[in-house]
Design a protein around this ligand. Structure first.
Ligand SMILES: NS(=O)(=O)c1ccc2oc(=S)[nH]c2c1
Ligand SMILES: [Zn+2]
Length: 247
């Protein structure tokens, strides 16, 4: 596997900061769990309104860290921060003791900037909607459409078309959320993310969790390395305020 960043002991989160020599500190990315008592209700926060049109769904790619679905559609219409954000891609992270959790990240960029790349370097450039997924008996039928592509994207660098998928089908029914400023959870760890984390979770079955863990970090022809624990461990809030859209 390449010496680039990853999630192993050799190239994992403890080593990432060494790859960012210009950084004297490790930017705080979102804590993996939010302590509701630490959040303060903000009546000024707008309802989370997510509208995506599946007609421009592009493809699904195993990028060696996770898999990512790229969709070119309208994104957040209104949001806790001003401006219109466009969905760029969504992906997942998964792991934990007893293989117990997954995180969905819907990545949006502020269209006041000319591109995602430009936006990613600006403090108000990105908005990532996070949804926690819990493993229990229930199976999410819409999510299964994503998992049905896994045979075609088993190894790093493989991709396949993924037409007509609407990511809103993966969202919980209630869109109450917490929001706070943070960073990307993977290199380059840019501090350009407004995190918007849904209070409600969605469920996946153990069989669906096993499908995620059967993907591989490794490329075809390399020693197989299962894609597991592809997440950055929880980071301290470092004094960042967490606001809640609900009481
Ligand atoms: N995991 S995440 O913080 O949502 C996220 C979103 C977009 C990204 O683009 C690069 S490059 N790294 C990224 C990490
Ligand atoms: Zn992510």
């Amino acid at each position: 596997m390449s010496h680039a960043w990853g999630y192993s002991a050799e190239n994992g989160p403890e080593k990432w900061v060494t790859k960012l020599p210009h950084r004297r500190w490790v930017p705080a990315s979102p804590p993996s769990t939010i302590v509701p008592a630490d959040a303060s209700y903000d009546a000024g926060l707008k309802p989370l309104c997510l509208k995506y049109d599946a007609k421009d769904c592009i493809d699904i790619l195993n990028n060696g860290h996770s898999f990512q679905v790229t969709i070119l559609t309208e994104g957040l219409q209104t949001d806790p921060i001003s401006g219109v954000y466009r969905l760029k891609q969504f992906h997942f992270h998964w792991g934990g003791a007893e293989r117990s959790w997954l995180r969905l990240h819907l990545v949006h960029w502020n269209t006041k900037y000319p591109s995602f790349g430009e936006a990613a370097s600006k403090s108000d450039g990105l908005a990532v909607v996070g949804v926690f997924l819990k493993v229990n008996r229930a199976e999410n039928a819409q999510l299964q459409k994503v998992l049905d592509t896994f045979d075609a994207i088993k190894t790093k660098g493989t991709q396949t078309t993924f037409p007509g998928f609407d990511p809103t089908t993966l969202l919980p029914g209630c869109l109450d959320y917490w929001t706070y400023d943070g960073s990307l959870t993977t290199p380059p760890l840019l501090e350009s993310v407004t995190w918007i984390v849904c209070k409600e979770t969605i469920s996946v079955s153990p069989a669906q969790m096993a499908s995620f863990r059967a993907l591989q970090f490794s490329g075809a022809g390399e020693a197989a390395c299962c894609m597991v624990d592809n997440y950055r461990p929880p980071q301290p809030l470092k004094g960042r305020a967490v606001k809640a859209s609900f009481q």
